[in-house]
Each structure stands twice: as structure tokens, then as C-alpha cells.
Design a protein around this ligand. Structure first.
Ligand code: ZN
Length: 234
């Protein structure tokens, strides 16, 4: 390698290090997006939150993500899943896949864990200011589920948020460390409702309030009281 080549390499490495240390500047696609990258947290060797009496986070996160994915497709949005089965996908690969999708947003689905068993409720995270409104809408929508505490919208430097080129939101759908919330998460009907709230927030945010149409299955459940599968959170 010549001296000038070494200089170029050194400059390139310095630039990469700098970029690696800084958050990516996002393109604001929050009002134009046609594609939603749906990211099911964890997978494979990474179980995420894992409590004895609850399904592992990777399982329930995937289930909710697949439901969100289907609902968005039914609403004519293009979707990309970062995983559709129980595989380990590194965080950087998830981000890279998201960044490859032009005019997209990124939505990551997780469940939470706390050492304090009484803690329950939903939280939504963002990093780019362009993702704040969508994060708020998802949070508000999820908090309308009976007995679900609204634990707010927060900024976080999670990799899937910080390195995303497009608006990116991470949703914590509930605490698996809370007995009632874990029981709820284990219930397919409840996961369908979680997915419905997330999909509704995304579709209405993009196309206007009231645009989202619930599938007949969800409507039927809501009409028949729905409480049969909703645990008491008291
Ligand atoms: Zn997680």
C-alpha cells in the first residue's frame, strides 16, 4: 500500500468510526411511507424476557409481529418482516434490512421485563424526532386496552432506533414479569387485540383517523364483549 493509499484508508476508517459513534440522520418518511418493516424482537438463541410462567418474549413478539404484518397488508401497505420464524437475527442486520427499504418506517415489537412484579403497562420508544408522532399514536392506542397502564413515550438509544435511516419505533407490549400481563400475553385473542391497536395506529397515522378497518374476527370479538379472554388486571 502506498503512503497516499494509507492516508485514504486512515481517513476512511476515521470517518467510519465517527459515523459509527453518531446516530444516523433520518429521512422523514413519516407522512409518505408505503412500506412498514415489522421487526419481531429477539429470536433463536436470544429468548428476550423469559419468566417461568410466561411464554418467552421471542415467541409472543413474533406472534404479534405476524399479526401486525397481516393487518397492514390487508390495509394495502407493503410490509417486510425481519424474521418470520424462530431465528436469531443480529440487530445490525435488522437495521440494514430496514434501511434498504425506500420510503419505509420501522416498527419493532417487544415485551418487557421488570424485577418489580407489580409493574405493568405499555411503553413506546423512538430516537429520531420524525418518529415521535407515530410513537405517541401507537402508545395512546395500546393504552386504550382495558386495564393497560400508559407508561409513556420515551427516547432511547436502542440500535434499531438510533441507526435507522427512516423513522423507527420500538413498542413494549406489556410486562411478562407481571402475572396478569403474562397471562394476557399468553392469550391469542389478546395478542390479536395488541396487533390490531398497533396496526390501527400505523394506518390511521398514514392515511387519516378512521381509515383502518378491523377484520371481521376482531369486530366479532369486540361485539361479544371480548372480556372472555381479557384477564382482569386489578
Ligand atoms: Zn425485547
Amino acid at each position: 500500500m502506498t503512503r497516499s493509499q494509507t492516508a485514504i484508508l486512515a481517513a476512511f476508517l476515521a470517518g467510519s468510526l465517527l459515523l459509527g459513534g453518531c446516530a444516523t440522520v433520518t429521512t422523514n418518511t413519516s407522512h409518505t411511507f408505503q412500506t412498514v418493516v415489522v421487526d419481531a424482537g429477539h429470536g433463536g438463541k436470544d429468548s428476550g424476557a423469559y419468566r417461568r410462567n410466561a411464554p418467552p418474549e421471542k415467541v409472543v413478539a413474533l406472534d404479534v409481529a405476524l399479526r401486525v404484518n397481516r393487518k397492514l397488508q390487508e390495509s394495502q401497505l407493503h410490509t417486510v418482516l425481519t424474521r418470520s420464524n424462530d431465528t436469531f437475527i443480529p440487530l445490525d442486520s435488522r437495521v440494514a434490512l430496514g434501511n434498504q427499504q425506500k420510503n419505509s418506517i420501522f416498527v419493532s415489537i417487544h415485551f418487557n421485563d421488570s424485577r418489580r412484579g407489580a409493574v405493568q403497562g405499555v411503553e413506546t420508544y423512538y430516537y429520531s424526532p420524525h418518529a415521535f408522532d407515530l410513537a405517541s399514536k401507537i402508545e395512546r392506542n395500546l393504552a386504550t386496552l382495558p386495564g393497560t397502564a400508559n407508561r409513556g413515550v420515551h427516547t432511547a438509544r436502542f440500535r434499531v432506533l438510533r441507526n435507522a435511516q427512516y423513522p423507527s419505533v420500538l413498542v413494549e407490549c406489556g410486562y411478562l414479569s407481571n402475572r396478569s400481563s403474562a397471562r394476557a400475553a399468553a392469550d391469542a385473542g389478546y395478542r390479536e387485540q395488541l396487533a390490531d391497536k398497533i396496526a390501527e395506529a400505523i394506518v390511521d397515522y398514514r392515511y387519516g383517523d378512521g381509515v383502518y378497518r378491523r377484520t371481521p374476527a376482531v369486530l366479532a370479538r369486540a361485539g361479544s364483549g371480548g372480556a372472555s379472554f381479557l384477564p382482569s388486571f386489578r
